[in-house]
Ligand binder design. Sequence first.
Ligand code: CP3
Length: 340
Amino acid sequence: MPFMDALSGAAAFPPPIWMMRQAGRYLPEYRETRKQAGSFLDLCYNPDLAVEVTLQPIRRFAFDASILFSDILVVPHALGRDLRFEEGRGPLMTPITTAGIDRIDGAGFHEHLSPVYETVRRLRRELPKHTALIGFCGAPWTVATYMIAGHGTPDQSPGRLFAYRNAEDMGRLVAKLADYSAEYLIRQISAGADVVQIFDSWSGVLDEASFEAFCVRPVARIVNAVRAAHPNVPIIGFPKGAGALYDTFRQKTGVDALGLDWTVPLSQAKRLQGGGVVQGNLDPMRLVAGGSALDDGVDAIMAALGSGPLVFNLGHGITPETPISHVERMIHRVRSRTAQ
Ligand code: CP3
């Protein structure tokens, strides 16, 4: 599997490629299946349809890896928090309080998530042998910010404020989320996931001390628990927006590979690659723009990182307005390059 070879540290030409949010609204076949499912959560919890949308981008683009179709917020949902997704508004939850944090007990957690495990089992059977299957969870901080605010915000200030005012409660919440998220990943791996990724989409809003307490520490807790159960399964960490703290993150969490967002300078990316595999980091807006903006972005990444262990990816999820022809152009450009 080219993807797994790259994750074990081998430099490969061309590098393996996949996209965050590769199953999504930019694909007409996704929009069709999504309509059939009813709600977004119905799609996440329906193994037939979740398998179908996971496979759609693989059929169309032959990516080297597929990612389980689900959402990071199924974990708080399985912990008894209410959750719904509203068209155009994203996730909506009842904001959690200190008493709510104490009440989290995990009863029925794995039963609630059993359709997700079933999706993983079926996917590993149906995917081509050379296509890796990525399982995932949200990092505790990112998940906690949605639980506290009850919805998405531009800068997750409700979560940050809660953490400054109630540091102990926040510490308990992220520790609980870390333990359940680790169990969730362990089950995904047992069901057939080849690798797992931890999405910390909001780590970039944390100051240095909070980054240590609420990003690094709980992610390290997940990594340790998953390693103890499945020592040979690679773990990708994606601390989006971590900037100068990417080095600390890798060192202290012990992840096998680092997902880089598009604001990470290629000189820093190259240095990070000296210490292990990197994944990224094309700006999703270059993919929307297409043309020379896309070509130049791909070429710059390949020139800087192409000779080391690299998984080519976007620096964050693909957006719904992205033309499919631009995705094809990006893949062709990455795959048609020759070793230099
Ligand atoms: O990458 C994939 O193809 C796998 C599926 C996946 C989804 N969400 C499907 C999804 C993954 C890995 C996620 C992760 C996720 N979910 C994150 C972390 C990564 C990131 O993008 O930052 C976060 C923060 C969430 C929470 C979430 N889910 C939000 C804020 C939203 C609304 C924003 C939006 O794009 O509408 C979602 C909804 C969501 N999750 C959609 C998809 C395909 C779109 C909803 C739809 O189809 O109606």
